[in-house]
Design a binder for this molecule. Structure first.
Ligand SMILES: Cc1cc2nc3c(=O)[nH]c(=O)nc-3n(C[C@H](O)[C@H](O)[C@H](O)COP(=O)(O)O)c2cc1C
Length: 220
């Protein structure tokens, strides 16, 4: 898993990331709270995507304010368009294998996406479809959906519907969608969330996802 829009992935950075995860695990062992790993998927490939900005904010919030929750961004841009001819001898293309492994390792998923023409974006659908190829890597996981645009709630309902066949269990409440395009601006020019009320709403989602994941796993 990598940090959104982090093009420089130095070895030093990787070590720092590993140390940060180890620290979180150590803290959670002391407090006896299991660390929940969240795989965050963005439904937009746009560089300054508001939805990816929500994921960056969720990563920061979890790091600073939520004990036992570790959010990591999972890149989907390199996934080929689904084509079962690309599956050879039960193996997937390297990018797909890597993606599927990251989902398998996660306890739950966070989808941050706009709607494209009232439904899920092809980026999300392609990722869902690759993950659904047997064995289905989504099965039994908890999930939450957020949208930086109001229309995104329509995509969220379609996403929940797809979750039925994938055995992916979405939190019902709270719901999260906003209108990033409506002034006053809640994101800066780079697509970073800067509005404190929205950050609070996002924190509520993350807490709800954490609680639901623990419940689903029988850990609380
Ligand atoms: C192909 C396409 C279809 C879209 N369809 C809708 C739509 O149905 N309803 C809506 O509110 N916005 C729609 N939009 C606008 C996006 O929601 C908006 O551009 C959003 O900011 C994209 O998310 P991002 O900032 O994460 O890239 C569409 C955009 C594209 C590119």
């Amino acid at each position: 898993m990598s940090y959104p829009n982090c093009s420089k992935r130095s070895k030093h950075g990787e070590i720092e990331k590993e140390e940060a995860i180890e620290k979180e695990v150590a803290v959670s062992i002391i407090s006896k709270k299991p660390v929940i790993k969240v795989a965050a998927i963005c439904g937009s490939l746009r560089k300054a995507s508001y939805n990816r900005g929500l994921i960056r904010a969720a990563i920061e919030l979890s790091k600073e304010q939520i004990e036992g929750l570790h959010v990591e961004y999972v890149e989907t841009a390199a996934l080929p368009m689904l084509n079962t001819d690309l599956e050879v001898d039960g193996r997937f293309p390297a990018e797909v294998e890597e993606f599927r492994q990251k989902i398998l390792e996660a306890d739950c998923c966070l989808f941050a996406s706009p709607d494209y023409n009232y439904s899920v974006t092809p980026i999300v659908k392609n990722a869902l479809d690759w993950g659904s190829r047997p064995p289905n890597v989504w099965a039994g996981k908890a999930a939450a959906a957020v949208s930086a645009v109001g229309g995104g709630r329509r995509a969220q309902y379609h996403l929940r519907q797809i979750g039925v066949v994938l055995d992916l269990h979405f939190i019902n409440k709270p719901e999260f969608y906003m209108n990033a395009h409506r002034p006053p601006g809640k994101f800066n020019v780079d697509g970073d969330l800067v509005d404190s009320d929205t950050k609070e709403d996002l924190k509520e989602i993350m807490l709800s996802l954490q609680a639901f994941t623990l419940r689903l796993q029988g850990k609380c």
